[in-house]
Design a protein around this ligand. Structure first.
Ligand SMILES: Cc1cc2nc3c(=O)[nH]c(=O)nc-3n(C[C@H](O)[C@H](O)[C@H](O)COP(=O)(O)O)c2cc1C
Length: 163
């Protein structure tokens, strides 16, 4: 089974989880790049990022690997304003994921309530096999490692061929 772990990360937290997950699963990895500049010290960028997420805006993105070439696609996003990021919204709306197994992960400071439901709704014709939310503080402390291992084990079980 060919597995892809694709994620957007503004400040590296979601990337850390995505890298660990790809390693656990023996998967290919792809970082989705938002071509709109989202980093830097100017607080206005933070505000615009939150506003764009809340308004469910799309953006211009770049990525390397077409999801349609994989059997399982695991998609990761930070939570912005209680929503998925514009980069991942654009990815979900532009990739051909019908009939494919998909799983999600996110990182957040406070809550990821509703995020996975929204991702599922965006790709209703995909086969959902699992989701993992990781608080950013668990990425900092290292507690995410065990969670990622368990999640990868579950995904392997979900996607194993029937005997
Ligand atoms: C614009 C913006 C809005 C955010 N909104 C939320 C939020 O609504 N809820 C939450 O739990 N965390 C929120 N966060 C925190 C991020 O989800 C968290 O720091 C995440 O781990 C960052 O991932 P990254 O380092 O991969 O970019 C927000 C961060 C940014 C930059």
């Amino acid at each position: 089974m060919k597995i892809l772990v694709a994620y957007y990360s503004r400040t590296g937290t979601t990337r850390t989880v995505g890298e660990a997950l790809a390693k656990e699963l023996g998967a290919d990895r792809d970082e989705i790049v938002d071509l709109k500049k989202r980093t830097g010290l100017r607080p206005i960028r933070f505000l615009i990022a939150g506003r764009d997420a809340m308004a469910k805006k799309l953006t211009d993105i770049r990525f390397e690997r077409p999801a349609e070439e994989y059997d399982l696609v695991v998609i990761g996003t930070p939570v912005w304003a209680g929503k998925i990021t514009p980069a991942v919204r654009t990815y979900l709306s532009s990739q051909r994921l019908e009939g494919k197994r998909v799983a999600f992960f996110c990182t957040n400071e406070f809550s990821h309530e509703g995020v996975f439901e929204e991702m599922k709704k965006m790709i209703p014709n995909s086969i959902f096999v699992g989701a993992l939310g990781v608080p950013a503080k668990e990425v900092k402390s290292g507690a995410y490692v065990e969670k990622v291992k368990q999640f990868a084990d579950n995904l392997r079980k979900q996607t194993a061929p029937n005997p």
